[in-house]
Design a protein around this ligand. Structure first.
Ligand code: ZN
Length: 253
């Protein structure tokens, strides 16, 4: 493989990744140029940020309004006890900069809502949903759909995880096709519990999907849900169908 057009230090640093035929120097350069937004720097966002930063993603946006609490430290692997009380986005940014100063990190210290999502997400091609509530999930899904973004989303509860990948530049179902309305009693990790390692698995799977999308590797995950269980180590891929009752049916074409 020619060393051409990549810096010697980067060549050495990413050597194991770029000697892969499906990556190569052109692929690594795509990763350097990529713009990825992570919404939620929590249990999913932390491993996601970690692996995207180590992969060499050139531009990372991180949106989260929360401060670090003691109860976060069992899952949120970018933070330690001395970070308690600090904003997650600020500590995440510092972490990324320690890994790689070249990564352009933009932080948004706000809860993503209807009013600010366009401002936060417009510059990013790939959006990762690492939030923990249905309101945000629907908002992000609808925004990505309208603006033809790639959405990589994960949800975790107890021992179960789900991974969704939607490339809205192509024909694909959406999250609302799977779940038209929020369940009446919202399930969340505070009330139901969550296995520490499951957050790591789900966030890492999201990072993997991001890299595949950037490299344009034939994405068998598009429009599928990957359902996995941390106890029986079972992974099941389910093809999601367009739901005729989806609220976004006019956008599905
Ligand atoms: Zn839909």
């Amino acid at each position: 493989m020619k060393k051409a057009s990549i810096k010697s230090e980067d060549y050495q640093k990413y050597y194991q990744q770029l000697i892969l035929k499906k990556v190569g120097i052109p692929g690594q350069k795509k990763i350097f140029r990529a713009k990825v937004l992570i919404i939620g720097a929590g249990g999913l966002g932390c491993p996601l940020i970690l692996y995207l930063a180590y992969s060499g993603i050139g531009n990372l946006g991180i949106a989260d309004h929360d401060k670090i609490e003691l109860s976060n430290l069992s899952r949120q692997v970018l933070f330690t006890k001395k970070d308690i009380g600090k904003y997650k986005v600020l500590v995440s940014k510092k972490f990324v900069e320690r890994i790689n100063k070249k990564i352009n990190v933009k932080i948004f210290k706000e809860r993503v809502n209807k009013k600010n999502i366009e401002k936060i997400a417009k510059d990013y091609q790939i959006i990762c949903d690492g939030t923990d509530n249905f309101k945000s999930r629907f908002l992000i899904n609808d925004y990505c759909m309208k603006n033809k973004k790639i959405l990589i989303s994960s949800a975790i509860n107890k021992f179960d995880g789900q991974l969704f990948a939607f490339n809205f530049r192509k024909k694909t179902p959406c999250f609302r096709c799977f779940m038209p309305e929020a369940p009446s009693e919202e399930l969340n990790c505070e009330s139901d519990g969550i296995m520490t390692t499951l957050a790591g698995i789900a966030g890492s799977l999201q990072a993997n999907e991001v890299i595949k999308s950037i490299l344009n590797i034939k994405n068998h995950s598009n429009g599928n849900i990957l359902i996995f269980n941390a106890l029986d180590s079972n992974f099941r891929k389910v093809k999601l169908l367009k739901n005729p009752n989806c609220k976004n049916i006019n956008l599905h074409g």
